[in-house]
Write a protein that binds this ligand. Structure first.
Ligand code: CP
Length: 331
């Protein structure tokens, strides 16, 4: 794993306390998160226009550098950048010179030499986005699109946006994050965001083997019994079982995992009467969630994806755009 030489939440703010990179939710203020969500509200409307474009980032170049597979994050970043009128470069790592042994730093220096203004980075190693942010030119911004099991801050922001859109004030709501907490960068970012935004209660639910030790220090209560953990919950946030990251036998079997932690309609009925269900994707249907729940009326899984575009537009605009936003359509 790439060592983090600076505390990430110090690295992402400049000396005036303004956002310079977007690397982690940790250490950001409630005011900033609320401002990003409010701006995303206005960008949602842009996505409903016949011409889905505003000229805010015209002339800027955004480079998507994904060292790990992605469906939702990469495509919604690309759409977000295009809707802001930026030029977008998608570096395909499998066909790039990285496969010939070029280092991460050399690859990025070459992209910088092409005058990229922003790097959107996904990497399998925790700390990769910070490593890059420490080394880029002063006017280049870096967004963490998921690093190892550390953070996925834009996913957490689109989750917060979707919760606010459908359920209102965080102070009134109880949350349960369910499944493979141990390997989940999404869970870590969600927990930070929910705490900053004032959630009434945050629970994590999973087998002991998939709950990090001392997880309570993040301000959550841990449950190993799903039926107990779901009681009175307003928002059920499911996680993917990350079998590819597991070393050794952390679950007894897929069938047993589903029996104990799979989200079925019967289990949803144990939560609050109007509880909603979220999942960042990709989903393992039949392993952590049934199709009847994933596709049911309580599911916010596809709205999460749609909202991801507006939320990523908001974060990009904050990092690269002028302070006053021009939401006029292109002529
Ligand atoms: N939620 C998420 O990060 O999905 P992708 O891996 O498809 O980007």
């Amino acid at each position: 794993e790439i060592a983090m030489s600076l505390t990430p939440h110090h690295l992402q703010l400049n000396q005036q306390g303004q956002l310079r990179h977007f690397l982690t939710i940790e250490g950001l203020s409630r005011e900033l998160l609320t401002e990003l969500l409010d701006t995303a509200d206005s960008f949602l409307e842009v996505g409903e226009r016949a011409v889905k474009k505003v000229p805010l980032l015209r002339g800027k170049t955004v480079c998507n550098v994904f060292f790990e597979n992605s469906t939702r994050t990469r495509t919604t970043f690309e759409l977000a950048a295009k809707r802001l009128s930026a030029d977008v470069l998608n570096l395909n790592i499998s066909t790039s010179s990285t496969s010939k042994g070029e280092t991460l730093f050399d690859t990025l220096q070459n992209l910088e030499a092409m005058a990229a203004d922003m790097f959107v980075v996904r990497h399998g190693d925790s700390g990769a986005a910070h490593f890059i942010a420490e080394r880029v030119c002063p006017d280049v911004a870096v967004i963490n699109a998921g690093d190892g099991n550390h953070a996925h801050p834009t996913q957490a922001m689109l989750d917060m946006f979707t919760i606010r859109q459908h359920k209102g004030a965080f102070e009134q709501l109880r949350f349960a994050i369910v499944g493979d907490i141990l390997h989940s960068r999404v869970a870590r970012s969600q927990i930070h965001a929910l705490n900053i935004l004032g959630a009434r209660e945050i629970r994590v639910i999973g087998p002991k083997t998939l709950l990090p030790t001392e997880i309570e220090r993040l301000g959550v209560t841990a449950f190993t019994n799903m039926d107990e953990g779901l009681r009175d919950i307003d928002v059920i946030m499911m996680l993917r079982l990350q079998l590819e990251r597991m070393e050794g036998q952390l679950i007894p079997s897929s069938q047993e995992y589903f029996r104990l932690y799979g989200l079925t309609s019967e289990r949803v009925a144990r939560a609050a009467p109007d509880a909603v269900v979220m999942h960042p994707g990709p989903m393992n249907r039949g392993l952590e969630i049934t199709s009847s729940v994933a596709d049911g009326e309580r599911s916010l899984i596809l709205p999460q994806v749609t909202n991801g575009i507006a939320v990523r537009m908001s974060i990009m605009a904050k990092l690269m755009g002028p302070q006053s936003q021009n939401l006029e359509s292109e002529p």
